[in-house]
Design a protein around this ligand. Structure first.
Ligand SMILES: *Cc1c(COP(=O)(O)O)cnc(C)c1O
Length: 436
């Protein structure tokens, strides 16, 4: 088999800065608005929820932001993460395309989420905060934040969407092992939760409801702040370590991506991979086509409206200009829990509006079929979310097979499925014989 499979960086070659794409855009993204006044929110409005350092990053136009040494130290538990060439998948597809994936499943919780959980916990601890609150769906973000809080001696209190809390015990155990306190959402601990329960006593919850509960608790406790695992500018900023590493690894590979695809729930793993390559594209050094892939069941970028909307169900957050299905939208229960969010990162939404990135929505069965194909060829069972990106990789690779083009395709394999195997079980019960 020709060519190397794995491209590794030494720890000493790990990037020491995050990249802020805002610095290089032709126009800045529209600011978040205060729902009461309709004016842009200021640092004072955000201070009950976030530490000053993260508020500064949220509005920063600096191109590079240094990664604190304490954060780098924790990153080195698993970073730099490997870039793989998917030789075996290429062969299975019979494509002349070259497919690469940047693998984030090597982190302590098996996804890219700790890339932002660790700096968020660090900055909060550095400013004397005692506790972080958050929401989680399937538990990927909750387990990342629980791990990060344990690194810096913070308490961690998590509202988990009821449906996942009841059905997915393993990440719950992981979060509690890392020391977090869990509540199913909606809960009777907050007025947002109580309002939902009064109207829908059997509510199985949603991310939007769980965000309302976590925000309400943080806003009411001077010792606590809130942490969000996606959507916001500072989250996408922290994730750019993925793309910065991948750029260096492509130099090792002596190759250049023509197509970059990633799955988008709130946009953070995709932005993290794509933005450093977008910088190179805007500077005229490379010209990749950059594409976001979302589930057909929750198609905010492809079917949502680009407008100001709340980030949560109860309307406690600032208004964010983003592609949204409406803050009261509750998506069908698809297996890719991390992609079930009504909105999209305002920064990524803006970049899509600028025409620098395009988007496609793909249905669940095609995604799982791609996930199974990938698993059989490469030996990693992908989390349900990145199977969306893999489905687009497969489509692109098969187009190359038709045309004979030798395109170079890059994707982020943002997590493995070891705690999401039941999703594969229900998929295979339905379609086992047609998937292979
Ligand atoms: C949370 C999560 C997502 C969705 O979030 P983004 O911010 O869009 O990256 C996707 N994949 C995995 C594995 C996740 O844990």
């Amino acid at each position: 088999m020709a060519g190397r499979t794995k491209f590794l960086l030494d720890e000493s070659d790990m990037p020491t800065q995050w990249y802020n794409v805002v610095a290089d855009l032709p126009e800045p993204p529209p600011p978040p608005l205060h729902p009461g006044t309709g004016e842009p929110v200021g640092p004072d409005d955000l201070a009950p929820l976030f530490p000053q350092a993260l508020i500064a990053q949220e509005v920063s136009a600096e191109r590079y932001i240094p990664i604190p040494d304490e954060v780098q130290e924790v990153y080195r538990l698993w970073r730099p993460s490997p870039l793989y060439r998917a030789h075996r998948l290429e062969k299975a597809l019979g494509t002349p395309a070259r497919i690469y994936y940047k693998y984030e499943g090597v982190s302590p919780v098996g996804s890219h989420k700790p890339n932002t959980a660790v700096p968020q916990a660090y900055y909060n601890a550095a400013e004397g905060v005692g506790k972080l609150t958050t929401e989680t769906g399937a538990g990927q973000w909750g387990s990342a934040l629980a791990f990060a809080c344990a690194q810096f001696g913070l308490e961690c209190e998590i509202w988990q969407v009821r449906a996942s809390y009841d059905q997915k015990p393993y990440r719950k155990i992981m979060m509690e092992t890392f020391g977090a306190t869990l509540h199913p959402s909606p809960s009777d601990l907050t007025s947002s939760g109580r309002a939902i329960l009064a109207a829908h006593p059997d509510s199985t919850g949603s991310l939007g409801i769980a965000i309302s509960e976590a925000v309400e608790m943080a806003a009411g406790d001077p010792d606590a702040r809130y942490a969000l695992g996606s959507v916001l500018n500072h989250v996408l900023l922290h994730q750019t370590i993925i793309g910065e590493e991948a750029l260096r690894q492509f130099e090792l590979a002596g190759d250049t991506p023509d197509v970059i695809v990633g799955c988008t729930g709130g946009g953070s793993n995709f932005g993290g991979l794509a933005f450093p390559f977008l910088r190179e594209k805007l500077a005229g050094r490379i010209d990749p086509h950059i594409r976001a892939v979302e589930p057909a069941a929750c198609p905010s970028l492809t079917r949502g409206k680009y407008t100001y909307d709340f980030g949560d169900t109860a309307g406690l957050t600032p208004l964010l200009k983003m592609h949204t299905l409406g803050h009261e939208f509750i998506p069908d229960p698809i297996h890719a829990g991390g992609l079930r969010y009504h909105g999209m990162s305002p920064l990524l939404s803006h970049i899509v509006e600028l025409g620098l990135v395009d988007a496609v929505a793909i249905g669940q069965n095609e995604c799982f079929a791609a996930g199974v194909r990938f698993a059989r060829a490469e030996g990693i069972i992908p989390a349900p979310e990145p199977t969306h990106a893999l489905a687009e990789c497969v489509r692109e690779a098969l187009r190359c097979k038709e045309t004979g083009e030798e395109k170079v395709i890059l994707t982020a394999l943002c997590g493995h499925a070891h705690l999401d195997l039941p999703a594969y079980a229900s998929y295979s019960r339905a379609t086992w014989w047609t998937a292979s």
